[in-house]
Design a protein around this ligand. Structure first.
Ligand code: C5J
Length: 226
């Protein structure tokens, strides 16, 4: 067992039963010319978490622990995208339309790829999810159950949309969820801050939040003591 300093109280994870989930670190949200940029957001806020997220991924890779990468992605014929979702955004920026990096949020397009610094390696799970949450229409729960996983450490974007939705879905399925503060971001700083407060409120009603250094330190200490 590894005990990590966290809010609202220490988070205890079990090696062998813990996976990292990196939500939607795809070019469409992080680079200029993508979906997020086209909607008028400052993507540099999200780009800034790439180094911390890479370090977090490294912690799991060094230990050979499972890593799940998600992408918000729709089939080219958009048959998995409800019309209500297509209608959102603005009239000129809609899922499936052509942008500088190909069709927005469509699987296989350049903009739909994970940023190169965080690209999945062989053996890591990559999930294309048509919803904001990672369990809707993905079969991911069954795969995680098959691996005997009970604890999920979260990173990615955006904190209040796909990260929070996925974490809440995971919480409802019985996973113990930890979000790493420096490895998640929002286009709206106040939304990130509020989401963190919502997660840890009421004794951790959704889960825990920790600093990356505290996770790294806890892993090292536990291994040194073993
Ligand atoms: C959004 C996401 N914000 N990955 N997607 O539309 O959070």
């Amino acid at each position: 067992m590894v005990s990590v300093k966290a809010r609202p109280y220490d988070y205890t994870l079990e090696p062998g039963k813990t996976a990292l989930v990196v939500i939607d670190m795809q070019r469409d949200f992080i680079e200029r010319g993508g979906f997020g940029d086209a909607l008028g957001n400052d993507v540099s806020r999200l780009e800034a978490i790439i180094p911390a997220t890479a370090r977090l991924i490294g912690l799991f890779r060094e230990r050979g622990w499972p890593i799940v990468h998600t992408r918000e992605a729709h089939k080219p014929d958009l048959s998995d995208c409800p019309p209500s979702k297509i209608r959102r955004g603005s009239a000129s920026v809609r899922i499936g339309e052509e942008g500088p990096m190909g069709r927005l949020l469509v699987t296989g397009e350049p903009g739909n790829q994970i940023v190169p610094e965080l690209a999945a390696q062989d053996g890591e799970i990559v999930i294309d999810k048509p919803g904001k949450g990672m369990f809707w229409a993905t079969g991911l729960h069954e795969r995680l159950q098959g691996l005997g996983l009970t604890h999920l450490v979260f990173a990615g974007v955006t904190t209040e949309v796909c990260v929070q939705t996925s974490m809440r879905e995971a919480n409802d399925r019985g996973y113990e969820c930890l979000l790493i503060d420096e490895a998640t971001e929002s286009y709206f700083p106040e939304f990130k801050a509020s989401t963190i407060e919502m997660i840890v409120a009421q004794g951790g009603i959704v889960g825990w939040v920790a600093a990356l250094d505290d996770l790294a330190g806890a892993l090292q200490s536990a291994e040194a003591a073993a």
